[in-house]
Ligand binder design. Structure first.
Ligand SMILES: Cc1cc2nc3c(=O)[nH]c(=O)nc-3n(C[C@H](O)[C@H](O)[C@H](O)COP(=O)(O)O)c2cc1C
Length: 390
């Protein structure tokens, strides 16, 4: 067990790289076009420094908070991702890990596990929707999530269906049966531990999207669901307001970069927004959310909960985002690396790494609580910030 423990997310990523077949690892690294945004998401955290204290440091630090009405043990949420093929327990392992650490989870509508299974494993689940399939279909998806016990909705609006990457996209089959397994064999046979983890459960990785199924029908394939989404006309602000009115509870809009959009999200009646560029998987060239965050937080932070996601790999990254005005952050790849490296225990390991990092950063900054953090705690180089749509 000790051998499987890792002390940083970077080590978890290295293990995921060794363990996962090339195409699965490539799908997680992702990024779009030239990878400008995915690189900037990481670079921005590196450019920001700290202004530490050396005495009067607090003996104990607290980091509990609440987001969308849920009490959470630290200001970190699981961002929704479809984790098909990373680990046989998929989102279920992630849900259990988050529940064991007192944390909430966003569940993707493209997830490989059903909202019923996941909400039974974690009572703080927010179901994530795309604008896909028409009004009635979306209402049915939300009703299903509510019946399963989801506590909130996350609507993700930043997606531009870009489909080229300068380093090439991995081949992902429609489904994995014997034939596809043989085509993938050259890379999967080089990853025997990954193969064995699925073989033990006697199934191939599930590439379907059960939460996109209509009542009484079979789960569509991942690509079938993606096609439905591609064919859907993107929503207007009025339609977003309509969607919000269909959900009686907390409602987050994910993918905001601009101040004017943030104000429209407030007008639509949302409870929360996440400043995000979809982990750099969307419109390449969108700046890191960390650079755009302060302007958005200044504009709407008193009216709505402002979160950030994109590029968080350390506890100190979480503290930087909070110092710049986020109430909490969401993580994507960080927990995916943990899941790939060591299943549920690997996700718990990542969450513990972040917890320890937040605690030691608060100590260094002389802050007894995350609620005391302010912009004075960080140093930003000239020209660091971006004000979009101001
Ligand atoms: C493999 C992968 C799949 C994703 N799937 C979804 C999704 O289904 N829905 C969604 O809202 N965001 C999705 N995202 C974006 C994440 O929720 C989040 O915005 C992003 O991963 C944050 O950046 P980070 O990975 O640097 O933490 C996905 C991201 C990755 C890497």
């Amino acid at each position: 067990m000790a051998k499987k423990w890792f002390e940083t997310v970077a080590i978890a990523q290295e293990r995921a790289h060794k363990r996962l077949p090339r195409s699965v690892y490539g799908a997680l690294v992702a990024g779009s076009e030239k990878g400008l945004s995915s690189r900037d998401n990481l670079a921005a955290f590196d450019e920001l420094g700290f202004a530490p204290h050396i005495a009067d440091l607090p003996a104990q630090r607290s980091m509990a908070t609440s987001v969308m009405g849920q009490e959470i043990a630290m200001p970190v949420l699981i961002s929704p991702t479809g984790v098909q093929a990373v680990h046989p327990d998929g989102e279920l392992a992630v849900a259990r890990a988050a529940a064991n650490r007192g944390l909430a989870m966003g569940l993707s509508s493209f997830a490989s596990r059903s909202v019923e299974e996941v909400a039974a494993a974690n009572d703080k689940v927010f179901f994530q929707l795309y604008w896909s399939g028409g009004r009635d279909v979306m209402v049915r998806r939300m009703e299903r999530a509510k019946a399963a016990g989801a506590k909130g909705i996350i609507v993700t609006l930043d997606w531009s269906f870009s489909n080229g990457r300068d380093w090439g996209s991995p081949w992902i089959p429609e489904k994995i049966g014997f034939k596809e397994a043989m085509i993938l064999a050259p890379q999967t046979l080089l990853r025997p531990r990954w193969l064995w983890s699925f073989a033990r459960k006697a199934h191939f990785p599930d590439l379907s999207a059960p939460n996109m199924a209509e009542p009484g029908t079979k789960a569509p394939t991942f690509f079938g669901a993606y096609y439905e989404w591609m064919q859907s006309t993107p929503p207007t602000w009025e339609e977003l307001t309509w969607l919000r009115a269909q959900w009686d509870g907390p409602f987050m809009v994910k993918g905001v970069s601009r101040i004017d959009d943030a104000k429209r999200v407030v007008q639509a009646g949302a409870t929360a927004l996440s400043v995000s560029n979809h982990g750099g998987n969307n419109l390449d060239g969108t700046p890191s959310p960390l650079r755009a965050l302060p302007a958005v937080a200044d504009a709407v932070g008193s009216e709505i909960e402002v979160l950030l996601d994109g590029g968080v790999r350390r506890g100190s990254d979480v503290v930087k985002a909070l110092a710049l005005g986020a109430k909490a952050v969401m993580i994507g790849r960080a927990y995916l690396w943990g899941l790939a490296a060591n299943g549920q225990a690997g996700v718990e390991n990542v969450l513990d790494v972040l917890h320890g990092g937040i605690d030691s950063t608060l100590l260094g900054l002389g802050r007894a609580s995350i609620h005391e953090l302010s912009r004075d705690d960080v140093v930003a180089p000239e020209g660091f910030f971006r004000i979009l749509g101001g």
